[in-house]
Design a binder for this molecule. Structure first.
Ligand code: C2E
Ligand code: MG
Ligand code: MG
Ligand code: MG
Length: 293
């Protein structure tokens, strides 16, 4: 922006800025009531075992249905919740819903699925609160801790490596699994990560997007699998959108995959339809109940 604009940027009565400030305040006010107004919903994206091509679990992904805004992406509202200091409340809501649902699916005979829950860096940093919440939720839902996995980003771990290692260690000692999300987008190395109590690496989908045309990316997947194996970690590849992309990683030794090719994140009712097909064995994946790839 120009010098003149720069000078005026913080002018209180600049109308556009005022609108932005009002809009931000409105989002904060509305998000602050989203839980009590029952506006959050949990979607699930199936995670598929590369060996058996079966659903072995799902990632829980939160959605906000705002009456005035419609569907708001977590990419937009999670940072707002972090700024407002209410991310722990949302995180606990997500964890509670995710564990209760997964327990119910086990009781309904869909098997011991793993539910994967994303953790904000701020939740990881406030480890006393987190550990207390996790204890409460597991006790209330009766879910086996082995069925719960947390996803943390490299950044969240590297911000405060010593604290993070302790927190992740405590969770892992309870039987909870830990996965590193969006691996390869941060500044850490796998060699460094071996010092953390981590069970799984989730290779970011940015490596998959152009895997058809880039030999380099296939080589990265191969290298991550090789290193992860030697550290005893499993590997997930996210963001598989096409059969060709799946073919490209098929022989790389990846343990599990997820992506729109199999299914977009879906509400619990649709997830249940996928799970029914999964246990009946009648349908081979990919199964796309929503009909939209
Ligand atoms: P993430 O944890 O890396 O989740 C994967 C994102 O990629 C999801 O977006 C998912 O819908 C999308 N995705 C999955 N497969 C494909 C694919 O094949 N192609 C494409 N283009 N995208 C795919 P979503 O649901 O919008 O979530 C975005 C991010 O918001 C998540 O990234 C996570 O960082 C955050 N988030 C979502 N739910 C929660 C939550 O409950 N708590 C916290 N702290 N963060 C959350
Ligand atoms: Mg994730
Ligand atoms: Mg991810
Ligand atoms: Mg991400």
């Amino acid at each position: 922006c120009s010098k003149a604009e720069g000078r005026n940027r913080y002018h209180f009565f600049e109308p556009r800025l005022q609108v932005e400030v009002q809009e931000r305040k409105a989002i904060e006010r509305d998000l602050g009531h989203a839980i009590e107004n029952d506006e959050l919903e949990l979607f699930y994206q199936p995670i598929i075992d590369m060996g058996g091509h079966r659903i072995i679990g799902m990632e829980a992904l939160v959605r906000w249905f705002s009456p005035s805004r419609g569907l708001v992406s977590p990419v937009e509202f999670i940072p707002v919740a972090e700024r407002m200091g209410i991310i722990a409340d949302i995180g606990k809501w997500v964890l509670n819903r995710a564990c209760a649902q997964t327990r119910a699916w086990r009781d309904d005979g869909y098997g011991e699925l793993t539910i994967s829950v994303n953790l904000s860096p701020l939740e990881l940093a406030r480890h006393e609160d987190l550990i207390e919440s996790v204890g409460d939720v597991l006790a209330r839902s009766g879910l086996d801790p082995h069925q719960l996995q947390f996803e943390v980003t490299e950044g969240a771990v590297m911000d405060n490596p010593r604290e993070a290692a302790i927190t992740l260690g405590i969770l892992r000692n309870q039987g909870i699994r830990i996965a590193i999300d969006d691996f390869g987008t941060g500044y850490s190395s796998l060699a460094y990560l071996k010092r953390f109590p981590v069970d799984k690496i989730k290779i970011d989908r940015s490596f998959i997007i152009d895997i058809d045309s880039s030999d380099g990316n296939a080589a990265i997947v191969r290298a991550v699998v090789f290193l992860a194996r030697s550290f005893g970690m499993a590997v997930n590849v996210e963001g598989i959108e096409t059969e060709t992309q799946l073919d490209h990683i098929a022989s790389e030794g990846v343990d599990e995959v997820q992506g729109f090719y199999f299914s977009k994140p879906v509400p619990s009712g649709e997830m249940e339809i996928l799970l029914k097909a999964n246990i009946s064995g009648a349908t081979k994946l990919p199964v796309n109940v929503s009909g939209k790839p």
